[in-house]
Design a binder for this molecule. Structure first.
Ligand SMILES: Nc1nc2c(ncn2[C@@H]2O[C@H](COP(=O)(O)OP(=O)(O)OP(=O)(O)O)[C@@H](O)[C@H]2O)c(=O)[nH]1
Ligand SMILES: [Mg+2]
Length: 615
């Protein structure tokens, strides 16, 4: 794979000339650039190393009005080469480019003090010292500083050696195992061939003939031909690649557009949840990161867009390490993936507002925004972008994401489902799904095609876990039996009910055994209010219990009712009497006083007691 090194530095400091001395290639390819002797747009060169590896260079302009083009070049590099002219020393764009590289978290690279043939040796030492001082508070603090002359060739051998050392080191984020992704930096037409795009390819190599999705914009192109440094190859990358594209949608390609082998990993989004951090350097704005409602330009990859910072309320959290969270709203959607680096800049007066990284390319909307908390944002910011931990943190932040539910949402949903089934006794699964979907909308504002499936999954989980039971398309509380229960079971239930239709019923377990009624039958009798169960082993048929309690209430209405009086009146024993009186006390239908039980705060008329009992 080819290391991609970008130049940086003040206008006329010798970036392009240095690349020519190193590689023999003039990166100033445009006629206007050659005429004016300055770089206007990004240019390219490459250097073959003795070990066979090749370094690709992206050359950028130093002009203060062309910082946007500098950022196109800097957006997809692995390392930077900051060039400082020995006669001039560090100047405005030396500082500004350094800030921008720092903002993009490009930490690898080297500093070259060039044009040393034009000054005294003492001056070289001075400029080298000044450069080191500049670097000290940036991501480049550890970068080597070299002194060269592009015209005499002095120091070029050492520079080549330093570049070879850089190419031999593993570079953060230059992995080759992810989906292929290429941010387009140049689009041009070749007569008879059609459209060619160039860029730095990340992730897995491209193969000619494959299709790539276009983000933003949609559609796709086919790779007709691949070229690396002017040579046609069947497979190419990662590193600098030129693609001759086929397909109608090729006409929509532009600088800033991204081609990807897996559109699922990249979204076109105009609203990002980000971590912002102040850049080191003199021009950064006082007080660190930009305030709420700050406007600027966001530069990411080879794209840019106007953006406004949202740092109000729950979106504004200290993430640690000098980072704060924010919502960036863009004027136009850009291709973005979690973990992408960007800078936020104000063109005039030129200010680097912040560096940043994308935490969530599609942040929560609507009611689920209320879930945003410091704890959840910090968890997301601390997770490796796009990994399992990140996905779980994002689900927790949104309440629901990619068809998964946060733990608290899942349990709230299950409770709603179970309660709803209990209330209905039995409910068609379609109706229950509607109830579940309504709950999800209320909790997390979820309103997608996923919704019915999530609801179905939750119901299935409850059925599998034994909390609900399912009979074709109807859902019931677990253990209850269908209306269409087998006739033997219905007969057994009838027998049990009859056995309990007496003022002093036998123990429930014995009665159930005698009548052949299984536990599910007992639960069904309870659920349909055919029996009233006061204890594990004590139950009456409903009608009998209603008569007994009506009697107790009527007697209590006449004066304090003692257990003994009630026992005599009903012809039962103390065991039954105490159970009934305690039950009525608990429900506040009766109230216990030292003299006996009197009507309680919830005592109905004796006539309507039956209704109360069944409620
Ligand atoms: N004497 C001397 N002149 C140099 C050296 N390097 C560059 N120059 C001259 O400095 C001028 C600017 O060089 P460029 O390479 O075009 O500068 P640049 O940094 O690419 O400029 P921009 O792309 O416009 O930002 C040219 O006239 C070069 O010939 C050097 O090492 N020694
Ligand atoms: Mg140049």
């Amino acid at each position: 794979m080819g290391l991609v090194v970008g130049t940086a530095g003040h206008i006329d400091h010798g970036k392009t000339r240095l690349l020519r001395a190193l590689t023999g290639i003039d990166a100033d390819r445009l006629p206007e650039e050659r005429r004016r002797g300055m770089t206007i747009d990004v240019g390219y060169a490459h250097l073959a190393l003795p070990d066979g590896a090749v370094i690709d260079f992206v050359d950028v302009p130093g002009h203060d009005r062309l910082v946007g083009n500098m950022l196109v070049g800097a957006g997809e590099i692995d390392a930077a080469m900051l060039v400082v002219a020995a006669d001039d020393g560090p100047r405005a764009q030396t500082l500004e480019h350094l800030e921008l590289l720092d903002g993009l978290a490009i930490a690898d690279g080297l500093v070259v003090v060039t044009k040393i043939d034009t000054v005294e040796p003492g001056r070289v030492a001075e400029v080298v010292a000044a450069a080191r001082a500049l670097l000290s508070s940036t991501s480049f603090a550890a970068a080597p500083v070299l002194a060269v002359s592009a015209t005499s060739g002095a120091g070029l051998a050492e520079l080549r050696a330093a570049l070879a050392a850089l190419a031999g080191r593993p570079i953060a984020g230059a992995g080759t195992d992810g989906p292929s992704r290429l941010a387009i930096d140049r689009v041009f037409r070749i007569k008879g061939r059609g459209i060619v795009v160039t860029g730095t390819l990340r992730g897995r190599p491209l193969v000619s003939g494959m299709s790539l999705a276009i983000v933003p914009g949609g559609g796709s192109i086919r790779v007709r031909e691949l070229q690396v440094r002017g040579q046609s190859l069947e497979s190419a990358g990662p590193g600098r690649v030129a693609i001759n594209v086929a397909g109608e949608d090729g006409r929509t390609l532009d600088r800033g557009t991204v081609l990807t082998s897996d559109p699922g990993t990249l979204v076109a989004s105009d609203r990002w949840l980000v971590a912002l951090r102040p850049v080191s350097g003199r021009r950064r704005q006082a007080g660190g990161v930009p305030a709420d409602r700050t406007r600027g330009q966001v530069h990411i990859g080879t794209a840019r867009a106007g953006a406004i910072v949202g740092r109000a309320g729950r979106d504004d959290v200290e993430l640690g390490g000098g980072e704060v969270s924010a919502i960036l709203r863009l004027e136009t959607p850009l291709a973005v993936a979690p973990g992408d680096r960007f800078v936020l800049r104000r063109p005039s007066p030129a200010t680097t507002l912040a560096g940043g990284r994308v935490l969530d390319p599609s942040p929560a909307r609507g009611v689920s925004r209320r879930r945003t908390s410091a704890e959840r944002l910090i968890a997301l910011a601390g997770a490796a972008p796009g990994g399992d931990v990140w996905a779980a943190a994002r689900t927790d932040l949104h309440g629901a994401a990619e068809g998964a539910l946060a733990a608290d949402v899942a349990s709230a949903l299950e409770e709603t489902i179970v309660t709803s089934v209990a209330q209905h006794g039995e409910i068609p699964v379609a109706e229950l799904r509607t109830v579940a979907a309504r709950t999800l909308r209320r909790l997390v504002g979820l309103d997608t095609r996923d919704l019915p499936r999530i609801a179905s999954d939750a119901i299935d989980r409850l059925v599998d876990g034994g909390r609900l039971s399912r009979d074709a398309d109807r859902i019931r509380p677990a253990g209850t039996v269908a209306a269409a229960a087998p006739p033997e079971l219905l007969a057994a239930m009838d027998r049990l009910e009859a056995m309990l239709a007496t003022v002093a019923p036998p123990p429930l377990t014995r009665a159930a055994r005698a009548s052949g009624c299984p536990p599910a039958g007992i639960r069904e009798l309870e659920r349909t209010n055919r029996i009233v169960r006061l204890d594990d082993d004590l139950a009456w048929a409903f009608g009998t219990y209603r008569e007994l309690t009506a009697r107790a209430l009527a007697m209590a209405a006449d004066g304090p009712l003692t257990p003994a009086a009630y026992r005599d009146a009903t012809g039962t024993s103390r065991k039954y009497v105490m159970a009934i009186l305690e039950d009525l006390d608990r429900r506040a239908i009766l109230r216990r006083t030292p003299d006996g039980h009197v009507p309680g705060p919830r005592a109905p008329q004796a006539r309507v007691l039956a209704g109360e009992t069944s409620a």
